[in-house]
Design a protein around this ligand. Structure first.
Ligand code: NZQ
Ligand code: ZN
Length: 376
């Protein structure tokens, strides 16, 4: 096993931690406070952030949409440049955070920053970024990934850069009181699939990684089984911690990783607007069926250690049942698609040079076509 692991994001976890941002944002910073469509005005987060920023020169930018776009974030880049802003504070879910990672890097880049998304170039610098998380799901609060869309071309792409690791992230579970069932189930499923992408591959030699992943998976299943307690602090606190650990980089370091479900799911969102987690719930079970021969050893292990069953095929059924128990459909026909869905997705993956994906790079376009056909 060989890997490099570095996660520089400081975590402030717990009630009433929002005010602690004052300890980390330099006193002379000019701050851009960025948020989404306004949910933070319904749960007291906005007021807490405004209070914490009281002594700073700060500006606001709102309206970052779910699945953030360059079209929107480039407006923020303009403000950063005009006002000489030197600190970005993202207050929201994965979309606001990802949009701000793009913003932090794009603000110091001379060209069209879509270059980061299409892989033409890597950011060499970025403004410092702080995060107040309001939706546990993506792990974006303490990782260096950013997923951004371009509306004009129906594209949803990503970049990774150590330059955009948040400097700090506040995880206060009490901000979750305003999350509806749709976002809570999305968050739980996204974290579940993140763990699977780094675990459901082929056996590895680590005594730690699999155990850690299995603990996360079991924790998420326990939360799904206790769905009626989802408005309790204890339930919410656990989702926030589990989702964070599912994608802060550790469980995937040094072990095989898949991510094909995400690559296919991103294209579904780009074309048809499915919520990120729902695109994953549609793709993953069928991908596991099509790739069964490659994944059967880990499926059996997951069955034994997570679901307490001795059958690799049944593990896939259990995963699908989990999504159904959260009232999330795994049938693509339940979403607003059209008859071009298979060709749209496979053509987009081809354009994005994702024609051999998965842990063995053997999920080719014909397999993706098979997977998508099974989802309908
Ligand atoms: O915009 P506001 O008004 O804040 O409303 C949001 C949004 O409508 C709302 N929300 C957030 N916190 C809330 C709340 N509503 C009530 N109470 C609160 N406390 O929830 C809606 C969805 O928010 P969004 O940020 O889009 O959700 P999520 O956190 O699931 O992020 C999804 C995005 O992250 C990307 C996805 O592709 C998608 O674009 N991902 C990022 C990853 C990363 N950077 O590592 C990895 C993931 O796999 C994923 O691809
Ligand atoms: Zn995800």
């Amino acid at each position: 096993m060989t890997y490099t692991y570095h996660n520089p994001t400081l975590i402030e976890f717990g009630k009433e931690k929002i005010k602690s941002i004052f300890n980390y944002i330099p006193k002379d910073a000019k701050v851009l406070f960025v948020y989404g469509g306004g949910s933070i005005k319904k749960n007291g987060v906005y007021e807490q952030v405004v209070k914490a920023l009281e002594k700073y020169e700060s500006f606001e930018f709102s309206g970052v949409e779910p699945n953030p776009t360059v079209e929107t974030m480039n407006k923020a880049v303009k403000i950063v440049k005009e006002k000489n802003i030197n600190f970005i504070l993202a207050v929201g879910g994965g979309s606001v955070i990802d949009g701000c990672k793009y913003l932090a890097a794009a603000s110091l880049y001379e060209g069209d920053a879509w270059d980061f998304l299409d892989g033409t170039t890597q950011p060499t610098e970025a403004l410092p970024l702080g995060v107040v998380l309001t939706l546990p799901a993506t792990g974006s609060e303490s990782n260096c990934g950013s997923v951004v869309s371009r509306k004009t071309t129906n594209e949803k792409r990503f970049f990774f850069s150590p330059k955009v690791f948040p400097m700090f992230a506040v995880l206060d579970p009490s901000v979750m009181i305003t999350l509806d069932d749709r976002q809570l189930s999305n968050g739980l499923i996204d974290a579940f699939v993140h763990t699977c992408e780094q675990y459901l591959t082929y056996p590895n030699d680590s005594l730690l990684h699999d155990g850690y992943s299995e603990t996360i998976l079991k924790g998420l299943i326990t939360l799904a089984n206790n769905w009626n307690k989802r408005d309790t602090y204890h339930w919410q606190e656990n989702l926030m911690l589990l989702a964070n650990q599912a994608l802060n980089g550790f469980i995937g370091s040094g072990v095989p990783q898949d991510w094909a479900t995400h690559m296919i799911g991103h294209e579904l969102t780009a074309f048809y607007g499915l919520d990120h987690a729902r695109s994953l719930a549609v793709v993953q079970p069928q991908l596991l069926r099509v790739m069964f021969e490659d994944k059967k050893e880990k499926l059996l292990q997951m069955g034994q250690n997570v679901f307490n069953i001795d059958d690799a095929q049944k593990t896939i059924e259990k995963i699908e049942e989990l999504y159904h128990s959260l009232e999330v459909s795994t049938n693509l026909n339940d979403y607003e698609i059209d008859d071009k869905v298979v060709s749209n997705i496979t053509n987009a993956l081809e354009k994005h040079e994702m024609t051999a994906i998965g842990e063995k790079q053997n999920i080719t376009l014909d397999k993706i076509e098979q997977i998508l056909t099974l989802t309908m």
